[in-house]
Design a protein around this ligand. Structure first.
Ligand SMILES: [Fe+2]
Length: 402
């Protein structure tokens, strides 16, 4: 089954380790955002554009960074129109804003949406194109122009977008999301500042943290995984299962917030090389159609995809279980795999993540499956391929009342 997809993934496994993936210079710890800002000032930037979302801007999260820039005589303008799941229109509005303001540096401050939106804006601006034309994995081999100097301050620990070569943009007319992939979108510096994360409520901490865990798990079980991505993914998963419950129950815990932010980056580095899998392939379609937060769908879908895949990735799931401190010395790999999946289900329950998708309609199954297969097959190193009948059975488990 899926011979061509398997061959394409095999080819990717040969080609992608040869591609240089840039990593941003990192500032980590309380006050890291201001340390990075001083470094940006030191580069000689005189006109900075801050890209963020309206809610964060209203909360004043960007104010200390803006004040630091202005105190050094830097002119600052803010593009705060970013919405969750940014679409083509928003990206093009941002491109127009960059064209008018002509900044010499751009700082994205926020969760996955502002960071992905900023990445897409900068790549479209540099190449004078529409985001639609940037879709796809193979296109990034085409010569594209470099973006303006770009810096990122994430305010959630989840997407890992601050280190990845990918940006997800919504095609609202077609109710889908498209991946834009290009190493030129990786920022040159990033700051993981836990002080900007302590105000996050539990209902955001939980799904964003589960998104990061999904990145680590899907990278680990991917057939594209390497020794390097395994080390990153296992360390990230171990840290997330330990620190996410702490940050969820006590949002003010600076240490747990910082460890989660670092783990989210490690998971991002792992999947930017090893790719994700069916959880993301289905999550992108479900999110595009029903507008449910990305991390929430991942958290719901993850244990079911692992249950389906475990016969083909038992050894990797057992490694994840051991990294999470589960099992005994004499436990078999299958026992450990089951324990790891049970842990994910328990984390979901403890953080009030539902087990079904209320909006899901059976009539949407064909579209969801077509699009998920189109995204995953030939691109992701899924350990076990789904047939259409198995995909229908998978989706049926998310129907309300299933
Ligand atoms: Fe994700």
């Amino acid at each position: 089954m899926y011979l061509l997809s398997r061959l394409m993934v095999k080819a990717l496994g040969v080609v992608t380790p040869l591609i240089h993936l840039p990593k941003p210079f990192s500032f980590v710890g309380p006050g890291a955002s201001l340390s990075m800002t001083r470094e940006i000032i030191g580069t000689g930037a005189r006109r900075v554009l801050v890209i963020t979302d309206a809610a964060l801007f209203k909360l004043g999260l960007a104010n200390p960074v803006i004040a630091e820039l202005q105190a050094a005589g830097v002119t600052v303008e803010v593009f705060s129109e970013v919405q969750p799941d940014p679409g083509f229109e928003l990206v093009m509005a941002g491109v127009a804003h960059v064209g008018r303001y002509q900044p010499d540096a751009v700082i994205a401050i926020g969760g996955g949406s502002p960071i992905d939106c900023a990445k897409a804006i900068l790549l479209c601006h540099a190449n004078a194109c529409h985001p639609r034309t940037l879709k796809g994995l193979w296109l990034y081999a085409l010569p594209r122009k470099r973006t303006l100097p770009f810096y990122v301050i994430p305010t959630t620990a989840g997407t890992g977008s601050e280190v990845t070569i990918i940006a997800i943009v919504s095609d609202n007319a077609n109710h889908t999301k498209i991946p834009i992939i290009d190493p030129k979108m990786v920022p040159s510096m990033m700051a993981l500042d836990p002080q900007l994360m302590v105000g996050l409520p539990g209902f955001i901490t939980a799904p964003t943290g589960m998104d990061a865990l999904t990145h680590a798990v899907e990278a680990c079980i991917s057939t594209l995984a390497t020794d390097e991505t395994d080390a990153l993914a296992l360390a990230a998963a171990a840290s997330i299962v330990k620190n996410l419950p702490i940050a969820y129950s006590n949002g003010q815990d600076l240490e747990a917030r910082e460890r989660l932010a670092v783990a989210s980056c490690m998971a991002g580095l792992a999947f930017t090389r090893a790719a994700v899998g069916y959880v993301h392939a289905f999550s992108h379609q479900l999110g595009g159609i029903y507008h449910i937060p990305h991390g929430l769908i991942n958290a719901i879908v993850l244990p079911y995809v692992l249950e389906f895949s475990k016969s083909h990735c038992t050894r990797k799931l057992a490694k994840l279980a051991r990294a999470a401190g589960l099992g005994k010395a004499e436990s078999s790999d299958m026992e450990l795999s089951d324990a790891f999946i049970a842990l994910i289900r328990k984390m979901n329950r403890d953080m009030s993540i539902p087990g079904s998708i209320q909006q899901l309609q059976r009539s949407d199954f064909p579209t969801i499956i077509d699009r998920a297969f189109s995204e995953a097959h030939g691109t992701y190193g899924v350990p076990r391929y789904l047939s259409r009948a198995q995909a229908v059975a998978l989706l049926e488990q998310f129907l309300p009342g299933a």
